[in-house]
Design a protein around this ligand. Structure first.
Ligand code: UT7
Length: 323
């Protein structure tokens, strides 16, 4: 028998304000047509003035608790994946902890940009299988609208705000790929590529900065690295792409999502797609896609999923789990 981190519940929260592509036509040399065809994005949500990442995260956390039928007192640890925390410190996770009234256990942030949720999920799994925590809430939450350069049409039309949360709990499995829970993880980063996607500010420069991206360069790395990390994670679990019920990819660009599925030899009807409605929400995109996938009735108990992401760093990885 082996210890497995098994999904108990999932939830997501989107800020009220929906921003259609046509919004950008009013102040940039761009079009709804360009944004749709080059990225697949039709709309995104932006946080209201003063609305923070930890607030979005706390809303998603409450929904995940309700979905799991659990109380906050049953959670041992909260991990928030974010690159847009409210303050330099303390962590967004401790703010969520306080907001939810959790006074025991521990909470911390993980920063791996768009791959943040994958890194946080791998950490949560490690905490559970090593016995350091029994129940972990993993949240991806971002307010990327705060770091956009609204004069840069090549980036500001792509990103959105939101949060998603997933609750994992220790259970025992037979140690086979038929077990529910996280079956394998595969993480990578390569800091040589940092100039492809970064924010040109930060604490030690005493500025917040704006997101800068060489989109077509990131694109080139994305399909190859995502298909490769997904294949490695499946191999580690003793599985292959043909065994999958769903790919739940990071939602950056429909062309990357399609290219990765094709490289993995899977049709698009096995892919959960939310990019048209959410845009790229960085670390929030995968938990929101998981939550939407469950809401739509796509993801069901017992389904085999691979989830994968790549972003600034570059940092990338994949997790195989049985829902
Ligand atoms: O989540 C983290 C990881 N990030 C990603 O995965 C993003 C990866 N990259 C992408 O999704 C795509 O590269 C983009 C959607 C960012 C861009 O698509 P692309 O097909 O790679 O276009 P491009 O950057 O090569 O630009 C093509 C043209 C350029 O014009 P010229 O030089 O060909 O005349 C751009 O100036 O499109 C132009 N362009 C725009 N035109 C209208 C760039 N942005 C816009 C825009 N509206 N918003």
């Amino acid at each position: 028998m082996v210890s497995r981190a098994v999904v108990q519940g999932v939830g997501h929260y989107l800020p009220e304000r929906v921003v259609p592509n046509s919004h950008f036509e009013t102040f940039l040399d761009t079009s709804d047509e360009w944004i749709r065809t080059r990225s697949g994005i039709e709309r995104r949500h932006f946080a209201a003035e003063g609305e923070t990442t930890s607030e979005l995260a706390a809303h998603a956390a409450r929904k995940a608790l309700a979905n799991a039928g659990m109380e906050i007192g049953e959670i041992d640890a909260i991990i928030v994946a974010t690159s847009t925390a409210d303050l330099t410190f303390p962590s967004a996770a401790t703010m969520v902890q306080a907001e939810l009234g959790m006074t025991r256990g521990f909470a911390f942030d993980v920063q791996a940009v768009c791959a943040g949720f994958i890194f946080a999920l791998a950490n949560a799994n490690a905490l559970i299988v090593s016995g350091q925590a029994e129940t972990v809430m993993v949240i991806g939450a971002e307010t990327f609208s705060r770091i956009m350069d609204w004069t840069d049409r090549s980036t500001c039309v792509l990103f959105g705000d939101g949060a998603g949360a997933l609750i994992l709990k220790a259970d025992t499995g037979a140690g086979t790929p038929a077990d529910r829970g996280v079956l394998s993880t595969d993480l990578h980063s390569d800091g040589r590529y940092r100039e492809l996607l970064y924010v040109d500010g930060g604490v030690s420069t005493q500025t917040t900065g704006h997101l800068r991206m060489q989109g077509n360069q990131v694109f080139r790395h994305a399909v190859e690295k995502l298909a490769s990390t997904a294949a490695t994670a499946l191999d580690k679990a003793g599985l292959s792409a043909a065994d999958l019920d769903w790919i739940v990819p990071h939602q950056a660009n429909i062309r990357i999502i399609q290219g990765t599925a094709k490289k993995m030899g899977l049709p698009m009807d096995k892919v959960v797609v939310t990019v048209q409605d959410h845009g790229n929400t960085s670390a929030a995109s995968i938990p929101m896609a998981l939550s939407v996938g469950v809401e739509r009735g796509e993801i069901k108990t017992g389904d085999l999923l691979v989830t994968e992401a790549i972003g600034g760093g570059l940092a990338w990885g994949a997790v195989v789990l049985r829902w």
